[in-house]
Design a protein around this ligand. Structure first.
Ligand SMILES: *Cc1c(COP(=O)(O)O)cnc(C)c1O
Length: 424
């Protein structure tokens, strides 16, 4: 069966919970063993003191190690990416920092795509150097040869241990070829000293892109976004092969950054509607993007549904994505004053950062999510003062277009001189 069918049943047996159709919240820190022998057996498995016997499962011990809500959620999340295992965290940043800490040791080098999420960027530039981990950035427009040359120039060929990418790149949606990143990892890693590929798939997943099918070893999510989808929780997830997930899971046990039973319960509810939400959001985004494309006060629209045929991103899109998702960025005619007028005039769409929720959200990357990016990088990344980013929700598309229309009209009233101040 398809994942959307299994989201209501997989991994849960009502007879173990008084027949409850939905998993109850297992709001407990610890679990009673039936016998001392059972407790001993569970710990032997949990601590890796011996291999599991055939059909033996790790029993419930303590909610930092395992909890029914966490386990059911992880089993269901695996289905979308066809992963062996998944670990859920208390935030997307927790998931990301745990992967970086597990796979990078002093002396190692991280190869990563830039721009990346602000929190990830901060961790790479301000935390990793302190533990002796270097990093080399590449841009979505860089070719295999560009990146390989940069690695060699820095004498890092033998020290690349992780290739980390975020695609589409936020906020302008350039795509990065996952297959190319796999090749880079294979070129610089060896069998005895491998380099892994991890993809932050928050924007497209787990529905519209499946990075593991294109060579990624691990897929990372901020589950705060589409997976949670209701702007009411913070969570993260990592999926991958059994051997790598064992390492991620073990570090999670000792960092203690797993999600709580209540957060997992909310996410289980969210997973039931994930496919319908993301499908509707994508359909709405296509309608809104088409409207914006033709508006005289809109200079340029960035949307995966509008990629130029023949462009690099378009080729990657056709090979590695199945739908354009629901993130739109666009340049409004003018600069910051016009962008702010537009944002302040929105009535249905909320002015807030974050994305992927049922309600549409709009923000101004240059002064909000990307405020910390230096001016030169901003210019390179197309983050101008006139750029607005919108995450499209499940509202009626006609109402969203009405809101765009009236807010664009409101942006017109900015005084004439400002209209000429198109500044970067
Ligand atoms: C939000 C986000 C994160 C961080 O996730 P949190 O749940 O806020 O910790 C990481 N990557 C991307 C692409 C995001 O959008």
């Amino acid at each position: 069966m398809q994942p959307e069918s299994l989201m209501m049943t997989h991994g849960y047996r009502p007879e173990l919970s008084e027949g409850a159709v939905k998993p109850p919240i297992f709001q407990t820190s610890t679990f009673a063993f039936r016998t001392a022998e059972e407790g001993k057996a569970f710990f032997e498995i949990a601590y890796g003191l011996r291999d599991k016997n055939q059909d033996e499962e790790l029993g419930l011990i303590y909610s930092r190690i395992n909890n029914p809500n966490l386990e059911i959620l992880e089993n269901r999340l695996c289905l979308w990416d066809k992963a062996d295992d998944c670990a859920v965290f208390e935030s997307g940043m927790s998931a990301i920092s745990t992967v970086l800490l597990e796979f990078l040791k002093p002396g190692d080098v991280l190869l990563f795509s830039s721009p990346t999420y602000g929190g990830t960027d901060h961790f790479i530039h301000h935390f990793l150097p302190a533990i002796g981990v270097e990093s080399i950035a590449f841009r979505p427009s860089d070719t295999y040869a560009d990146i390989a040359a940069r690695v060699k120039e820095k004498g890092a060929e033998k020290r690349i241990k992780l290739v980390y990418l975020e695609t589409p790149a936020n906020p302008t949606g350039e795509l990065i070829d996952i297959k190319m990143c796999r090749k880079l990892a294979d070129e610089f890693g060896t069998e005895s000293n491998p380099a892994y590929v991890a993809v932050d798939n928050t924007y497209m997943g787990p529905l519209w892109a499946h990075p593991m099918q294109h060579g990624a070893d691990m897929v990372i999510y901020s589950a705060t976004k589409y997976i949670g989808g209701h702007s009411d929780l913070i969570a993260g997830a990592v999926s991958g092969s059994a051997d790598l997930m064992k390492r991620v899971r073990t570090l999670r046990t000792f960092l203690g950054n797993m999600a709580s039973p209540h957060t997992c319960w909310l996410l289980l509810r969210s997973l039931e509607t994930l496919k319908v939400r993301m499908s509707q959001q994508t359909e709405n985004a296509q309608a809104v993007a088409a409207y914006l494309e033709n508006h005289e006060l809109v200079e340029k629209v960035y949307f995966l549904g509008n990629l130029r045929p023949g462009s690099r991103s378009h080729k990657i899109y056709r090979e590695q994505y199945s739908a354009p998702g629901a993130m739109i960025s666009f340049n409004i005619k003018g600069g910051e004053p016009e962008a702010f007028k537009f944002l302040n005039a929105l009535k249905l769409v909320k002015l807030a950062v974050s994305l992927g929720s049922t309600e549409s959200l709009a923000q101004h990357p240059a002064t909000m999510t990307h405020a910390g990016v230096c001016p030169k990088m901003k210019a390179e990344m197309g983050i101008t003062c006139s750029l607005v980013r919108i995450s499209i929700g499940v509202e009626n598309a006609k109402d969203l277009i009405w809101d765009m229309e009236q807010a664009l009209e409101a942006s017109r009233t900015v005084s004439e001189p400002n209209l000429r101040a198109v500044t970067v």
